[in-house]
Design a protein around this ligand. Sequence first.
Ligand code: ATP
Length: 237
Amino acid sequence: ETAPAFLSVWNMESYYGESYIVQNITFNVHEGEILALLGRNGAGKTTTLRSIARMDSPQVTKGEIWLDHQPLHTMSSHQAASVGIGLVPEDRCIIPGLTVEENLQLAQIAPPVGWSLERLYDLFPRLAERRKQEGVTLSGGEQQMLAVARALARDLKVLLLDEPYEGLAPVIVDEIEKTLRIIKEQGITTVIVEQNAVRALELADRAVILDTGSIVFDGTAAEVLENEELRSEYLAI
Ligand code: ATP
């Protein structure tokens, strides 16, 4: 690999309260790539995503995070969002009292604005049908679609997905996977954290595996799928 990394995490260390949760976290993601960030419960996957998105907690105490030559490690979460980081948290955070369309419009209030409503509805026809429905009354799969659409409504460079398939029926997972492939074709870079490791590996180009807060594997998704030892030791699949 000779292409320069688009998103680069170098020697990152983060903690909640008093203990370090992730340490020595170094990995690269190339532009337009899908990276699966995997590992057992509590390995530090969510912590890593939240650190990249510059959320108030955990605290990043060491290391550097670069996005397209910009130092994320010096930024607030708002600044990180404005340079193109979009975190879709596990609970999806749909805003109560607002319709689907209002949830999307709210994301477009401040520049830089990303995809138009028309383009978003094209990608997610279910959201178009339900544009006047209150967002929190959507099904789990539809809420996941709304959360991804809302990230695209900003000028997005890197989509950080935390457990997007959680609690969803396989047919809905298929539908979301299809849209994630389309989003990739549009040049967006994705980091996906997923308990459903097989589904994530089928989608991803590369994989990073975390175990108790450190990286134990960095390679292609195909290598993980083929490596039974790795799968059973760190992913229980
Ligand atoms: P899961 O798949 O269970 O979500 P994960 O790999 O995403 O796991 P993290 O959520 O990053 O793991 O958690 C890593 C460690 O940090 C765990 O031991 C967890 O208990 C701890 N942790 C997470 N959030 C907090 C918090 N707000 N305060 C203190 N410790 C936390």
